[in-house]
Design a protein around this ligand. Structure first.
Ligand code: ATP
Length: 241
């Protein structure tokens, strides 16, 4: 990974072992993410993606910690598949919950950045699913995290909204420069957005590749299709002849 030389590591994971019952879901996992890199994490269902994300977020209360070490930056934000907005708080209050007055004014700016200018006083339930996810991204980014952890943030959205959200996330990441770990089932989403794609299998990293394609990326690009085919093969979706 010559291009990473000289960049500080935002995330360092060494020999991480996490388990449930008689199974190690993460089985001696090593991963280092340089500052500012956008990593997409793929893997079959049950391969341990959310377990890894929860470990990095410090939200792994139920899993057994069986070994290894990890280091993350001080400021970490998390976005989930469902927006987890508090329905009894207006949109701006959801975004700025726990922040001071300065944070509150940044909240309005952040809402404008996600395309929701003027919706500060709306209730979460008055918003569409896509708009709720925009609010969740605003809430995550208004804290200017050094690390953004996102667990299938667009998984519940329709295909068109999802494509728009890809463009939005790309713009937000370019503007705010967090390190990103995005858990997704969507191979195309991973290739469209990420600098690097990691595939988990049996609790370890099975594929670790850089995506050296110009943005915006298109599935019509032969380079895109090559990466797609390699990933689908690694995921067992297509078998090579
Ligand atoms: N609280 C729990 N108790 C017992 N087993 C659990 C618990 N949470 C997760 N597991 C198991 O750990 C394994 C990994 O789960 P995890 O949610 O990390 O996988 P995943 O790759 O994110 O899956 P998916 O893509 O389906 O969301 C699964 O086999 C799951 O059943």
């Amino acid at each position: 990974m010559a291009e990473d030389a000289g960049r500080m590591s935002a995330v360092r994971i060494r020999g991480l072992i996490r388990g449930f019952g008689d199974r190690n879901v993460l089985d001696g996992l090593d991963l280092e993410i340089p500052d500012g890199q956008f990593v997409a994490l793929l893997g079959r269902s049950g391969s341990g993606k959310s377990t890894l994300l929860r470990a990095l977020a410090g939200l792994d209360y139920d899993v057994e910690i069986r070994g290894g070490a990890l280091a993350v930056p001080e400021k970490v934000s998390v976005a989930f598949q469902d927006s987890r907005l508090l329905p009894w708080l207006r949109v701006l209050d959801n975004v700025t919950l726990g922040l001071d007055r300065q944070g509150r004014s940044r909240g309005s700016e952040m809402l404008a950045e996600v395309g929701l200018a003027g919706r500060e006083d709306a209730w979460p339930l008055e918003l569409s699913g896509g708009e709720q996810q925009r609010v969740a991204l605003a809430r995550a980014l208004v804290r200017e995290p050094q690390l953004l952890l996102a667990d299938e943030p667009f998984g519940a959205l329709d295909a068109l909204t999802r494509i728009r959200m890809h463009g939005l996330l790309d713009d937000l990441v370019r503007a705010h420069r967090p390190t990103v770990l995005l858990v997704t089932h969507d191979v195309d989403e991973a290739i469209v957005l990420a600098d690097r794609i990691v595939v988990l299998d049996e609790g370890r990293i099975a594929v670790d590749c850089h995506v050296d394609l110009d943005k915006p990326r298109s599935i019509t690009d032969p380079g895109f299709r090559d990466i797609r085919e390699d990933l689908l093969t690694a995921l067992g979706v297509i078998t090579q002849l």
